[in-house]
Design a binder for this molecule. Structure first.
Ligand code: ZN
Ligand code: ZN
Length: 478
């Protein structure tokens, strides 16, 4: 179902709430205010899996709302709150380059979904339709709770496989590629993440209806966003049962004791049961990020570099047996070693300086503004993609990914990034003049055209060194 035709039961994005309020000029009555407040509270509740079973059951998968996509305003709200707490606590707040890179991965992942159109779930639908073993009541609470636990149990194995199978890790490492640990990192995902795990969910298709599967998968992932924070130290007795920020901090550590631990989604009990649980150590600071950190803010590079490495490993092996092991065994496997490698062979990561590139304020402002425009473009595409032909959707998605990549290259202060940015601005101006954007307000379209023309002109002057606004403060710390 489209994000703009959500049912009454879905969470209403905060933006819609405010738009509705501003459109009408005032709150016409107590009822409307209560309704708005209820919708907002429900949206917040969904971030913590605090939802009413009776309001979140659907017979047809098409009726299941896009809970995750509609929750972006809540993600932004959580990020604001997190930053305020960090600021009050005198702790480092978000770095613009790192957080926009995280959000770029989130946009890229969701752009991919507009192309795949849920194709990764077709096998599930097929199995349920033809081979299901039990017909559970679609609106019974038992089915709802079984689905919640079943999805979380399978998520544990999906996540574990993503760490223990090299080719799956090549995708999942995107999520671990930030040296920070904050709510934005929760949205840093591979474009192919959905495809990495669909096989592991298939056993559920023998008894859990598809609409329940789709709904709970979204709640499960929503729950996992807010646990990416350093602002919550402990949740007391809840730590025994639930996955919490404290447990997930360990999961994101590259210290040896943190590797391949705490895979749980909502419940941590799976890790306690299957021997993969580890609690944080008070005397050892957690170092976030990959063991071999990638000094880059380019999302396309971060999405793809590891797959190239796996292919390289595959080619470097002499026998076919070893070639297959290089792809399907753990990332630390070496010939003659166990499937997941040995701890003594693993790199002992010590506290390190985070990768950073200092850019002038004007450049950061420019990049933030253009990032917001790209997100707005994604928002429009997501709203109308079902009415467009697949090739047009693909072209828009390529433009979105290309734009985010160039923004990342500018954050990295790459040599030819300004030339690519000039080209990007030219493509946008040409597209506005040649393509049909009648769905967009004419004055808004004109504003975007002027904005991109001025931006392009600026980078043209910059490319030919007519303007000499060099990054005097640029410094790359590896
Ligand atoms: Zn992981
Ligand atoms: Zn995580």
């Amino acid at each position: 179902m489209d994000s703009y035709s959500i049912s009454k039961n879905s969470c209403e994005p905060i933006t819609s709430v405010f738009i509705r309020l501003t459109k009408e000029g005032n709150i016409s009555g107590d009822n409307e205010f209560t309704e708005t407040l209820t919708s907002f509270i429900k949206g917040i509740g969904q971030m913590f899996y605090l939802v009413s079973p009776s309001e979140t059951v659907f017979r047809d998968p098409k009726d299941a709302p896009e809970y995750f996509r509609n929750a972006w305003p809540y993600f932004l709200l959580f990020m604001c709150i997190e930053n305020i707490i960090l600021f009050i606590d005198n702790k480092p707040t978000y770095r613009l380059n790192d957080s926009l890179t995280s959000l770029s991965h989130g946009v890229i992942q969701h752009s991919g979904k507009l192309i795949f159109r849920g194709a990764e779930s077709y096998a599930y639908f097929f199995l349920y339709q033809h081979y299901r073993l039990i017909d559970l009541n679609w609106d019974g609470p038992l089915t709802w709770y079984l689905a919640a636990i079943g999805v979380d149990f399978c998520y544990y194995w999906v996540h574990r496989a993503c760490h223990e199978i090299h080719i799956l890790w090549a995708q999942h490492q995107v999520h671990h590629s930030s040296e920070e640990f904050n709510v934005a990192v929760g949205l840093r995902q591979s474009i192919l993440q959905g495809w990495c795990g669909f096989v592991f969910y298939l056993p559920l298709a023998f008894f859990i209806p598809p609409a329940h599967f789709i709904t709970h998968q979204q709640f499960n992932l929503l729950y996992q966003v807010w646990i990416h924070t350093k602002t919550i130290s402990t949740l007391g007795p809840l730590e025994y049962i639930f996955n919490t920020p404290q447990h997930h901090r360990v999961h994101h550590g590259s210290n040896i004791y943190c590797l391949d631990k705490n895979y749980g989604g909502v419940l941590i009990v799976w890790d306690r049961l299957f021997g993969t649980f580890a609690s944080g150590k008070k005397d050892e600071e957690i170092i976030y990020g990959l063991v071999f950190n990638q000094p880059s803010f380019n999302p396309l590079h971060l999405q793809t570099f590891y797959t190239r490495y796996v292919i390289q490993r595959f080619n470097s092996m002499k026998s076919w047996k070893h070639k297959l092991y290089a792809v399907f065994y753990g990332p630390s496997w070496e010939p003659g070693k166990p499937r997941l490698g040995l701890d003594e062979d693993k790199v002992k990561v010590v506290p390190r300086e985070k990768y950073d590139v200092k850019l002038p304020l004007w450049c950061n402002t420019y990049l933030l503004t253009h990032f917001c425009v790209v997100v707005y473009g994604f928002h429009l595409l997501a709203a109308c993609h079902m009415g467009l032909n697949p090739l047009s959707v693909l072209a828009f998605v390529i433009y979105i990914i290309g734009s985010l990549t160039i923004i990342g290259m500018l954050f990295d202060n790459r040599r030819y990034a300004c030339v690519f940015e000039l080209l990007r601005c030219m493509i946008m101006v040409t597209a506005i003049q040649r393509l049909d954007f009648s769905a967009i307000n004419i004055s808004l379209l004109l504003t975007i055209e002027v904005f991109f023309t001025i931006s392009g002109l600026f980078w043209l002057l910059q490319s030919f060194k007519v303007l000499q606004i060099s990054n005097k403060t640029a410094a790359i710390n590896h």
